[in-house]
Write a protein that binds this ligand. Structure first.
Ligand SMILES: Nc1nc2c(c(=O)[nH]1)N[C@H]1C(S)=C(S)[C@@H](COP(=O)(O)OP(=O)(O)OC[C@H]3O[C@@H](n4cnc5c(=O)[nH]c(N)nc54)[C@H](O)[C@@H]3O)O[C@H]1N2
Ligand SMILES: Nc1nc2c(c(=O)[nH]1)N[C@H]1C(S)=C(S)[C@@H](COP(=O)(O)OP(=O)(O)OC[C@H]3O[C@@H](n4cnc5c(=O)[nH]c(N)nc54)[C@H](O)[C@@H]3O)O[C@H]1N2
Ligand SMILES: [Mo]
Length: 642
């Protein structure tokens, strides 16, 4: 079987994750079936006219679009085109920036191209060892586990998660210290003569500079900084032999130094000779249903369809030709920077497939920014916390009600076929974009309304790009397993990348010399603990959908904070009590869960809950300089009695 990574996107009628069926989600109370203007019922024509009339009063760059990695390839493509052609704005980005952008940046600089997992999931079934850095698939991707059940698992996570419970070896570093740990493992591998010298010589560049940094990270120093014992460092290197894989998740990536941290793990993988070989490798586990396709087709501020760079003159010419336009705006701001400019440089925002009131860092500030807009438009199928603030809400169809393609964590393109009719009154995102574009003066045929027509255009737009889908057709997807690039209809697709060379011009992978800096906000007397955030099995993302499903909500009805019992006691707190968790950005309230395996210096919060239970009231929006990823995974806090 193959994963979509998106636990609530089932195949037609299928069961996707224990207890989650499409039927349950379709029974979702509060399904929107009519447009709203100022939260009052309106017709589609009134709503679209209202938006178009308003938009016409602004400069293009005062209007912004925020997309989502859950959108199908067709929607992501048409949304990017809509922004750049109909709105003529450079201001478009999406929630994938908050997701795996650091891994993408590190993959691109090491290998010349990032495809999440550059090999099929099934390859993992022959692995001797799989190191999971900052990933908890037992809760976030249960079907993944079947592929690694025969391997030795090394889990790197500050918490003893359900995944760590299954591991041969659990390394429990302080949040935000992975980079030092990866340097330490490279150090030990080198000293113990476990690096692959001929691979390094033949397939890579830059080892010496990377080693010069790692040389200073001797095991005792790594133990002091990370808390991982010298013996455990040794044991990890010992296990990383034979068919080994290193895979990263959000725990490693969502940091102000996330790109460098992923580079440190990739450096280790390269030193051991793993990437670009059958039976071993490095990969990033992307999370959302369309975590890859979402970015490959142009929702990201710096990218055009085909995973092209927007500042590449050749790419611009190609896309201008396909779209029949003379100009292409962009690059624009990254997701957090875009949200932070609302009310100032940006006056109008259109949201498709995200709920930033809950999911953006420094959420109270971002919520104020959203409220200061002249016009907020949200397309959704439920009234999310963000939609509840919107001037115009547009009710759209959801997965089971429409056709479309998604590109999963292995870069495999999947066709999802319509299984149910949509309720009366809703339109698809594609129809919505067509309606709005025509009201903005665009010719209707520029914005096709059927997924297959949009896909046909996407194929042409992606042709010759890194993520070339030009050989993919809906017909082929019905019977074939296709991994991008697929440059022609008779091309079989590319399940494994890099076996004949990496994507840099010289075919060599790059070591990147990176050093440990630690969290952007270290703990101090006032805020002595480090809060980290993540997911639980029962809830999905900002929770806009799953919180409405009683069956899912029963198990984890409210937000909790995992605390070591001694830390709780030191703060006068007992298991089950409410506590205020306070950071420099704000305060949120959560129920104390005493967990003996927690590090005493760290607490954990799930980010799925709204209102005062938002973990993102606390988080630090410090951005990674390369990926512009915020530091979701560590900030300094204290606990107070509520
Ligand atoms: N049930 C469920 N499944 C989901 C989702 C969901 O919301 N709910 N979301 C989907 C999406 S979009 C994504 S991106 C994936 C995410 O999937 P994961 O990456 O597995 O999810 P997280 O829980 O965010 O983070 C993983 C782990 O990182 C750890 N961590 C925190 N700080 C650090 C650190 O500094 N270093 C290291 N090494 N680890 C750290 C946390 O303790 C956590 O256990 O899940 C997808 N699947
Ligand atoms: N503190 C903290 N914050 C985090 C994270 C973390 O680990 N910690 N993780 C980050 C990550 S990895 C991610 S991916 C984000 C996720 O957080 P968000 O970006 O908020 O994503 P979702 O919660 O999935 O919100 C999607 C919204 O779009 C709607 N929707 C779904 N499909 C469609 C569609 O096809 N069309 C339209 N128009 N709407 C649709 C849904 O109903 C829902 O309201 O959160 C990020 N925020
Ligand atoms: Mo994500």
């Amino acid at each position: 079987m193959s994963l979509t990574g998106h636990q609530v996107v089932p195949g037609p009628g299928g069961l996707c994750q224990k207890g989650w069926t499409s039927a349950e989600l379709l029974r979702t109370p509060g399904r929107l079936t009519t447009p709203l203007i100022n939260q009052e019922t309106a017709t589609w024509d009134e709503a679209l006219q209202h938006i178009a009339d308003k938009i016409k009063g602004y400069e293009p760059d005062q209007v912004a679009v925020f997309g989502g990695g859950g959108l199908t390839n067709e929607k992501a493509y048409l949304l990017g085109k809509f922004a750049r052609v109909a709105l003529k704005t450079s201001q478009i980005d999406y929630n994938g920036r908050f997701c795996m952008s650091s891994a993408a940046a590190a993959g691109n600089r090491a290998f010349g191209l990032d495809r999440g997992m550059p090999f099929p999931l099934e390859d993992l079934q022959n692995a001797d060892t799989v190191l999971l850095a900052g990933s908890n698939p037992a809760e976030t991707m249960p079907p993944f586990l079947q592929h690694v059940k025969n391997a030795n698992l090394i889990v790197v996570d500050p918490r003893r998660t359900a995944t760590a419970e299954m591991a041969t070896l659990h390394l429990q570093p302080a949040p935000g210290t992975d980079l030092a740990l990866a340097l330490g493992l490279l150090h030990t591998a080198f000293i113990d003569n476990r690096i692959d010298k001929s691979y390094i010589a033949e397939r890579t560049k830059g080892f010496d500079a990377a080693w010069r940094v790692a040389a200073a990270w001797w095991p005792e120093r790594v133990e002091r900084v990370t808390g991982v014992s010298v013996a455990d460092q040794r044991a990890a290197v010992e296990l990383l032999k034979g068919n080994a894989y290193i895979l990263s998740g959000r725990g490693t990536e969502q940091h102000a130094s996330g790109t460098d941290t992923v580079s440190a793990w990739i450096n280790l993988a390269l030193a051991l000779g793993l990437p670009g070989r059958k039976g071993s490798g490095y990969g990033c586990l992307t999370g959302q249903g369309n975590g890859q396709g979402g970015r490959e087709h142009g929702q990201k501020a710096d990218q055009l369809p085909g995973y092209r760079k927007i500042d590449d003159p050749k790419a611009r010419e190609h896309i201008k030709r396909v779209w029949g336009v003379d100009d292409l705006p962009g690059p624009g701001r990254s997701a957090y920077e875009l949200l932070d400019a609302l009310g100032d440089d940006i006056k109008v925002l259109l949201v498709f497939g995200s709920n930033p009131v809950v999911s953006a860092p420094r959420a109270a500030h971002i919520t104020e920014k959203i409220k200061s807009l002249d016009l907020l438009v949200v397309a959704d199928f439920v009234l999310s916390e963000t939609a509840a603030l919107a001037d115009v809400v547009l009710p759209v169809t959801q997965w089971a009600e429409e056709n479309g393609t998604m590109t999963n964590l292995e870069g495999r393109i999947l066709l999802r076929r319509k299984a149910l009719d949509a309720p009366e009154g809703v339109r698809s995102d594609l129809e919505l974009l067509n309606g709005l574009a025509t009201k903005l003066g665009q010719p209707a045929e520029r914005f096709p309304t059927t997924p297959e027509e949009v896909f046909a255009e996407l194929r042409r737009a992606s042709e010759g790009g890194a993520a070339d889908y030009s050989g993919v057709t809906y017909e082929r997807l019905k019977t074939e397993k296709l991994y991008w690039p697929v440059p022609s209809e008779d091309h079989p697709g590319t399940p494994r990348m890099f076996e004949d060379g990496f994507a840099h011009e010289d075919g060599l992978a790059r070591f990147v010399p990176v050093d440990h800096k630690g969290p952007a906000e270290p703990p101090d007397d006032e805020f002595p603990l480090q809060a980290t955030t993540g997911r639980v099995l029962q809830h999905y993302q900002s929770g806009a959908q799953t919180r409405r499903v009683p069956e899912l909500n029963k198990a984890v009805p409210e937000v909790f904070v995992e605390v070591h019992p001694d830390t709780a006691a030191r703060n006068g707190l007992a298991h089950g009590e409410l506590t205020n968790v306070v950071s420099r950005r704000g305060t949120m309230t959560a129920r104390v869960r005493c967990v003996a395996s927690m590090r005493p210096d760290a607490v954990f919060l799930p980010f799925h809950f709204p209102g005062d239970g938002r973990a993102n009231l606390l988080t630090n929006p410090a951005l990674d300089p390369t990926s512009r990823m915020p530091e979701f995974k560590v900030c300094a806090v204290r606990l107070e009695q509520a």
